[in-house]
Structures are given as C-alpha cells and as structure tokens.
Design a protein around this ligand. Structure first.
Ligand code: B12
Ligand code: SF4
Length: 484
C-alpha cells in the first residue's frame, strides 16, 4: 500500500516560502502513526513549494493507492487546482482531505471539490482506519470522524471521534521524511535549518477570531499537553537532524505556566549549545522564574498575540488581558534580553452585549501603530506583523460577519473574502493608508533590530511595491490578502 501525503502545490514563490517555512506537523504525525500501526505501508511526503506540473509528475512517479492532502482555508484555491490536476490523471485515486477547513466544513469540501473523503479533527486513527478500509478491511460507515459521499452521492458525516487522551502515546511525526535543507525559516529568524514541534493540542482561550477550537474542541479532552520529557526527546531528535532554530508550538505555550516551566527545565537539561528557540505566548502568564528559564534555553524571541493597543478592542475580541499586562510583559522580556515579535490586527470587529456591530476605528488603529513605534524605540518590541482582521469559518468572528452581512459570496471562498468596503466607515482608501503605514513601520523595525532572514529579501522588495504604488488594492487582495 502506497500513501502520498501532501500540501497543496503553491509554486516556488515567495508565498510558499512565507507560508510553508516549516514542515507540516499534521501530515508528519499521520505518517508516523501509519508507519507504526500499518507495517509495510510506503509513505511519500510532498512539500507545497512546487508547481502543479511538478506535483503531478511526483504523483505519477510514486503511483499512490491513497492521496491525502491537508487544507487550511487560505490554501483552498491552490488545493482545488492541485486536486483537479491529479484527478484528471488518476480519476479513481481516493483523495482524502484533512486539517482545519475539512474539519470545520466537511460538507462544503465534499460537495464542491473532487475529494472523496474528509477526516474531521484529529486525524491519526481515522486515517489509519480509512487506509485499512481502502486496503479491503472494515467498512467506511464504522469509521468515526470520517465524512464521505455514499453510493447515492449523499454526503455522510459519521459520528465524532474521541480525542487522544495521552499525547505521549502518539508516535512522533516521521521526521525522516523531511529534507530540512528546504526550510529556510520565516523572515525573522536566527538560525537555519528551521523546524518546530507540537507541544500541546488545543487552547483553553477563546479569542473570537481564532478557529482553533473548531478543529480541536470536538470531543473531550481537547486541551492536552505532552510530557516535558517527551518534548525534550523530540527536541534532541530535531537537533540530531541538524535543526538549529526550534519553535515550541502550542496554541499558546504558557496557557499552563507550571507545565511550560517544566518543559524549559527538561530542554535545559539537554545542554544543546547551538540551538535557539522561539514560541508563541500570552502576555498575561509570565513571571520572572519563567522568563529566567526561557533565557536559559536560548529562547531568543517570543511571539505575542497583542492584536491592538485599545482596551475596548482587546475586550471586544475576547483576548482576556489588558494593555497594562501587555506593557508589563514587554518590560519583563526586555529585562531578560528576550526579543519580542508582536502579532497585530487592524480593523477588528465584534458584537457588543446588545448584539450590535462594533468596529475598530482608524484612530484606534493609529494608536496601535503609535504604541508599536514607542515600544520599539524603548527596546521592548523588536518585530511585528499585522493582518486585516479576517473571519475564518469556525470562529465566532465568522458567525458575527455572517450575521451582519459582512461576507461576499458563499461556500469555501467565504473565509478569504471579507469585503472591506462592507465594514461601515472603513473605505478601501482608509485600508490602503494603514496598509502602507503598517508595512513601512514593519520595515523600520526590521532595519533597526536586524534578525532579517536573507532568504526573504525578494519578498521584502516585492512588498515595497505596495508601499509606494497607488491603486494596488486589487493586486494586494489577490496576492497577499487571502488569509490576512
Ligand atoms: C502551529 C500552527 C501553525 C504553524 C504550523 C502549521 C502546521 N500544520 O504545521 C505555522 C506557523 C507554520 C502556521 C501557519 C499558518 N497558519 Co496556523 N496554526 C497553528 C496552530 C496554532 C496549531 C496547529 C497545530 O497544533 N498543528 C499540529 C498538528 C498535529 O495539527 P494539524 O496540522 O491540525 O493536523 C491534524 C489534523 O488537522 C488532521 N489533518 C491535518 N491535515 C490532514 C490531512 C489529511 C489527509 C488527514 C487525513 C488529516 C489531516 O490530522 C492531523 C493530526 O491529528 C493553529 C491553531 C490551533 N491552536 O490549533 C493555527 C491555525 C491552524 N493556523 C491558521 C492559519 C490561518 C495559518 C496561516 C494561514 C497564517 C498566515 N496568515 O500565514 C498559515 C498557513 C500555513 C499552512 N500551511 O496552511 C488557522 C487556520 C484557519 C482555517 N480555518 O483554515 C488556525 C486554525 C488558527 C486560526 N487563525 O484560526 N500555523
Ligand atoms: S488566538 Fe491563540 S490564545 Fe487565542 S484562542 Fe487561538 S490559539 Fe488560543
């Protein structure tokens, strides 16, 4: 039995290097699980950095029995094109989709795309059972967590699958399938090769723009942490593969502070001289002991989801922390010599208690940019990226956008197509103005603080076009704005 696991073919463009700068954790977990529980299976892992033509050639040379593709909302157009090309050459090849988008809306995927099966939520056991079924064992009706079309063409969604309780029981991602030399890391990174690991699944917080819960919160337990020892073991393995910058992924690494400290202690015991780390944190759960431990393991940069400097906005979007807590965290990181990369969003929107639509004003966006500038000049914030607030299906924000008629079109495309002119009071011209200001400030910080990954110079130059060009809105929407 031959199984091909792939990302959509996006091409050898700055976009693929921007979005696919580290190997895909989900697919590699599936590979590790299949290898352990279906001996004899041959697996090929395909990266997204290739043209659709090269993708088809790779499929032709491997001749798989099952084709599995991972789907996030932004990648749908690429996935659709990739799958159509593959189906044209292999009409009877079973195509299986999994990941955030098929988990959230399996019906839309099965109805609109040339896909035979959707795996909903955590995929390891469901995919194993499906591969067994496609190999002649069992029945598709009995596979929990699976959606498919029956013989009458009707979409069938089987009952949910229970989540794994103990993540340590899962085999590790099959890192042997990865060519790490292909992973140049994101624009702001320190060392290469760049890699990451999944330290936990699920997140206990409820930011309204995040669709994480729609993927993981299917059946309990939905927030699970791996043991610190298991994480340290995988860090060591990645180090042995030559990886030198490692991201400890979790919805937010310090959601459970006690556990996060234990993870740092376990990594510290490895005494890896050349490795540097980064991770994504919340601002409200930091103390000196934790920062000391981060410093000890060479956590050179932490990524904080700050989003806005406006208390009104932070409350509205459900961040559940205050701007004072943000500033306090920034000061502490400065004391410990740990750089900070902030994530921000512009033109957030939400519903107030009466169900009325509230929109972040241009003044509030302006204040956020001023906050970034000032924090950066005081050495408390070193890098940032920003996005126009986008309602992903499965998030509370998406439901709000639907209730207030803020989306255009229907179906899978929705998630990418918030029409800014429909945000009352926020014109395209206003968005363009803040886009330019946001990008210029991003450049300013990168120039001031360094850490720029030279692999991304071309992307940086491409972005500059949008700073100085007029009327580039359409091109931006098309090339850059899909998921932002
Ligand atoms: C870590 C992370 C990343 C990492 C790595 C992602 C990875 N898969 O390797 C990085 C930083 C690269 C990343 C980038 C992006 N991310 Co991200 N990311 C996350 C995060 C925080 C955790 C995901 C995770 O734990 N993965 C671990 C693995 C084990 O889980 P998994 O990939 O989902 O795979 C499991 C199942 O989904 C399923 N499965 C997945 N694929 C397949 C395929 C088949 C065939 C089968 C059978 C099953 C299957 O089985 C897997 C094993 O159980 C989530 C939010 C959250 N807390 O969950 C957002 C999230 C997934 N990201 C999101 C977004 C928007 C992005 C970006 C577009 C951001 C951007 N603007 O650039 C890019 C796109 C990257 C891409 N390749 O699509 C959204 C997706 C929204 C949506 N509805 O599609 C999420 C849900 C956060 C949000 N905003 O709501 N991300
Ligand atoms: S944005 Fe981060 S902290 Fe908020 S719910 Fe999503 S993963 Fe959790």
């Amino acid at each position: 039995m031959k199984v091909l696991l792939t990302q959509p073919a996006i091409g050898e463009s700055w976009l693929s290097y921007n979005r696919l700068y580290a190997p895909n954790l989900g697919l590699l977990y599936l590979a590790g699980y299949l290898k352990e529980f279906k001996p004899g299976v041959t697996i090929k892992y395909l990266e997204g950095h290739m043209s659709a033509d090269d993708h088809v050639k790779a499929v032709e040379s491997f001749q798989p029995d099952v084709y599995g593709i991972t789907l996030t909302a932004w990648a749908l157009p690429y996935a659709s094109a990739t799958i159509n090309r593959v189906k044209a050459v292999f009409p009877s090849l079973p195509i299986v989709a999994g990941g955030p988008y098929p988990s959230i809306n399996p019906r839309a995927v099965l109805e609109k795309e040339a896909i035979n099966y959707c795996v909903i939520g955590e995929g390891e056991q469901t995919f194993l059972e499906l591969v067994e079924y496609l190999d002649g064992k069992g029945s598709q009706e009995s596979i929990n967590g699976l959606a498919y079309r029956d013989e009458h063409g009707e979409v069938v969604v089987n009952p949910k699958r229970k989540a794994f309780r103990d993540l340590d029981e899962l085999p590790l991602p099959d890192w042997s399938l990865v060519d790490f030399s292909k992973y140049g890391g994101p624009a702001i990174s320190k060392k290469r090769p760049y890699g990451h690991l999944s330290a936990a699944r699920g997140c206990p917080h409820g930011c309204i723009f995040c669709s994480s819960n729609a993927v993981w919160k299917r059946s309990g337990p939905w927030v699970r942490h791996r043991s610190p020892e298991a994480i340290a073991k995988e860090v060591n393995l990645l180090y042995d593969y030559g990886v030198r910058e490692i991201v400890l992924r979790a919805g937010s690494f310090n959601a459970n502070l006690k556990w996060a400290k234990e993870v740092c202690r376990a990594i510290k015991r490895l005494k890896l001289k050349e490795a540097v780390f980064n991770c994504e944190l919340r601002c409200d759960k930091v103390d000196e002991e934790f920062l000391g431990l981060l410093h000890d393991i060479n956590m050179w940069c932490v990524h904080l989801g700050i989003e806005s400097s406006s208390p009104r906005v932070l409350k509205g979007i459900g961040k559940r922390y205050t701007i004072e807590q943000v500033t306090n965290a920034l000061e502490m990181f400065k004391q410990f010599g740990i750089k900070v990369y902030g994530y921000f969003m512009m033109f957030n929107f939400w519903e107030d208690e009466k169900g009325e639509l509230q929109i972040e004003t241009p003044d509030e966006v302006n204040n956020t940019l001023t906050f970034i500038k000032s924090a950066s000049r005081r050495g408390m914030l070193h890098h940032f990226s920003w996005a126009f607030c986008t309602p992903y299906e499965g998030s509370q924000l998406y439901d709000i956008a639907m209730r207030h008629g803020l989306m255009v079109g229907t179906g899978p495309k929705l998630a990418n197509e918030l029409d800014s002119s429909r945000l009352p009071g926020i014109s395209v011209a206003v968005r363009n103005k803040y886009r330019r200001r946001g990008m210029l400030l991003q450049f300013e910080l990168a120039l001031r603080n360094g850490d720029f990954n030279l692999n991304h110079v071309r992307r940086g130059l491409a972005n500059l076009r949008y700073v100085f060009a007029r009327n580039r809105h359409e091109q931006w929407q098309c090339e850059y704005g899909r998921s932002t």
